[in-house]
Design a protein around this ligand. Sequence first.
Ligand SMILES: [Zn+2]
Length: 278
Amino acid sequence: MKTIKSVYMMTDLEGVAGVDDWDPRHTDYGNEAKGVYERSEMQRLLTGEVNAAAEGLFKAGVREVLINDAHGAGRTILPEALIPGVRIARGRNRPSWLLGISRQFDALVQVGMHAMGYTPNACLAHSMSRGILYRANGREMGEMGMAALLAGQLGIPWVFTAGDLHACRESEAWAPGIVTAPVKEGLSDLCAIHLAPADARDLIRERIQEAVQKAGDIAPVTLQGAVTIEIQREEPWPAKLREGTERVDAFTVRYTGKHFWQAFHHATYGKPDMPLPE
Ligand SMILES: [Zn+2]
C-alpha cells in the first residue's frame, strides 16, 4: 500500500457547518457592520474545519499539507489562525484554479464542499457561479468533480470530502470508496441542519484519518480520451464569444480538449495550452 505523505486540500465556504447564506462580500451591506460580522464568522467557521482536517492528516502520518483557499474571494481562510506545519495558497489574479497542484501530491481532500448547481434541497448549491450547469462528456459535474478530475489527470486520488450531506453523496457517486464527513444536511438552498462546529471538527479530524488509511484503495477520478465540456446558463450567452468557443444553442457553449485538463483550462481560463504540471 502506498503511504500518503503529501496531501492537497481544496477548500470552499458554502459547505461549512454553520454557513447557510451566501458570502456577503458582494451584497449591498458587505461593507457595513452586518456584512463584516457575517463574513468574519464564516471565515472562523471555515478555518476551524480546515485546521481539524490538517490535524487529522498530520495524526495519520502525512508530512505535507497544501491548502487552497479557493472560495471566490481567495482570502477567506484566516492565515494567522492556521495550525503550524501547513502551507496555504491564496489571493487574487490566480493563474489557475488548483494553485500549486503537482504530481508530488499523493491524495486530494476537499473541505467545506457544497453540491453542484440544481441539486434538490442542497444548501448553497452552485457550480462556479449561480445559474450555471457544467457537463463533462455529457455528465453533470460540480466544483468537486472538476477538482477531482484535474487531480485525477495527474494520477492523484480524491479520498475525502467534508461538507453538506448532498455534497458527500455527490462525491460518493464520483469516487467509490471515498470517505465523507457530512457536517450539515441541506433542507433548501438557504437552510440546513448543522452539527455544532466543535462536533463538525471532531468528525472531520476522525474521518480524514480513515481516508488516509483507505487512500490506496481509491482510484483517481478520470475520463478517458478527448473531453468535451458544456456550460449551460439560464441567461443566453453574448453574441461575441472567446476564440475557440463553440456555440451549441443560445444557452449552451462547448469546449473540447485532448483530455480533461486541457478542456477545463480552455473553458474556464481561456488557456487550452496550460501545461500539465510535473
Ligand atoms: Zn464553490
